[in-house]
Design a protein around this ligand. Structure first.
Ligand SMILES: Cc1cc2nc3c(=O)[nH]c(=O)nc-3n(C[C@H](O)[C@H](O)[C@H](O)COP(=O)(O)O)c2cc1C
Ligand SMILES: CC(C)CC(=O)C(=O)O
Length: 382
């Protein structure tokens, strides 16, 4: 490959992933729900916020290390839970886990990983030492869910991330068109029996092919008291993923969560809801004067995106699709490259904006793009 065509941006990696993956896998990873308005909005929102740089600040040393839930991380960028990494690379979630541990990031593994939570935790040199969280879908069969929670605690996962924006699956038109399903050779690591050819879970529901994706194991009747039930099962901190309005954030605080991940599932669930960046300030406000940390995912593709989300009050951000593009590019090494690129970009944004550490990135650095509207300024002179 000529030097000039080496991938530099997340979009470059996506373009390469599109070439290497089959249409159905690429479509599954890329797409959003319905008209994909929210998918696009997640990315576009970052353009509606501008960074006001300070100059003549000593930026010779930039530190992007921070903490989440009291644990140190070497980057404020974590890995959001995404299903089926083995569709992108044979090593699947094992590669993701190894890259994350090497990078000092936080990896939140999906309930619907191809490798089991045991394999994922053992993939790193220091099982229980790397910062791994586990994302939980509460299933109708509560015994299955309780079992996952107990295993998760035993294996040294540091938090349980409960996804609440998926009572039913959003309408993914691309997947309907390609007939997306999990190929028969791939497992759902947290559910399958290796030697069960039909890969039917204990609950009798097929978890491969269309079944893996479209059947309704997730409990659509989940309500707030169920969070208390979950808390009674574990002493792990609970992060709630998919909160989208201040009243729900306040309820989450009341129900004892340790963190809120502001997410619209990467635009894959309710199409037509705002971007996560737009919603972030009201959730941060609702959590002010509490110990609850607020994180964001959705649409992060550049260091300046990370900067803007942190400026609006996110303690850390998580990325979903970029990790998949890295995996498809070169497994563990590819994920590291994605992070090297975003971390480099973030450090650069901080230096150019005139700030040197994560806690110093405050709302003072950003303004809505409309603040600089020529129309408003000129009209006021007339
Ligand atoms: C292919 C794919 C699979 C996903 N699987 C899950 C999942 O299993 N559990 C979950 O809570 N969220 C899942 N999500 C949502 C992500 O956790 C995250 O909210 C989203 O990807 C963030 O947006 P981004 O991809 O623009 O970074 C998935 C997203 C994608 C793209
Ligand atoms: C297995 C899938 C339903 C996982 C998911 O949450 C997604 O694809 O968005």
């Amino acid at each position: 490959m000529p030097v000039s065509s080496l991938p530099l941006t997340i979009d470059d990696y996506e373009e390469l992933a599109q070439k290497s993956l089959n249409a159905s896998a690429y479509g599954y990873f890329r797409s959003g729900a319905d008209s994909e308005l929210t998918l696009q909005r997640n990315k576009q929102a970052y353009d509606k916020l501008l960074i006001r740089p300070k100059v003549l600040v000593d930026v010779a040393k930039i530190d992007i290390a921070t903490t989440i839930l009291g644990q140190s991380i070497r980057t404020p960028i974590g890995i959001a839970p995404t299903a089926f990494h083995a569709l992108a690379h044979d090593d699947g979630e094992l590669a993701t886990a190894r890259a994350s541990a090497a990078l000092g990031s936080c990896y939140c593994a999906s309930t619907y990983s191809n490798y089991s939570m045991t394999d994922i935790s053992r993939a790193v040199n220091t099982p229980g030492g790397a910062l791994q969280w586990f994302q939980l879908y509460v299933e109708k069969d509560r015994a299955t869910t309780a079992n996952l929670v107990r295993q998760c605690e035993k294996l040294g996962y540091k938090a349980l991330v409960v996804t609440v924006d998926r009572p039913r699956l959003g309408r993914r038109l691309t997947d309907a068109r390609t007939g997306f399903g999990l190929p028969r050779h791939l497992r759902q690591g947290n559910f399958d029996d290796d030697d069960d050819d039909n890969k039917v879970g204990k609950d009798g529901i097929s978890r491969t092919g269309q079944g893996a994706y479209l059947t309704g194991q997730v409990d659509a009747s989940l309500t707030w008291p169920d969070l208390d039930w979950l808390r009674s099962l574990t002493s792990l901190p609970i992060v709630i993923k998919g909160i989208f309005r201040a009243e729900d954030a306040s309820l989450a605080v009341k129900h004892g969560v340790a963190g809120i991940l502001v997410s619209n599932h990467g635009g894959r669930q309710l199409d037509g809801c705002p971007s996560t960046l737009e919603v972030l300030p009201e959730i941060v406000d609702a959590c002010r004067n509490t110990n609850v940390e607020v994180y964001l995912d959705g649409g992060i593709r550049k260091g300046t995106d990370v900067f803007k989300a942190l400026a609006l009050g996110a303690k850390a951000v998580f990325i979903g699709r970029p990790v998949i593009w890295g995996l498809a590019y070169d497994g563990e090494k590819g994920v590291k490259r994605i992070f090297d690129s975003l971390n480099y970009d973030l450090r650069l944004a901080m230096a150019l904006a005139g700030t040197t550490s994560i806690d110093k990135i405050t709302s003072d650095y950003v303004v809505p793009a409309s603040y600089y509207s020529f129309e408003k300024k000129l009209a006021s002179k007339m």
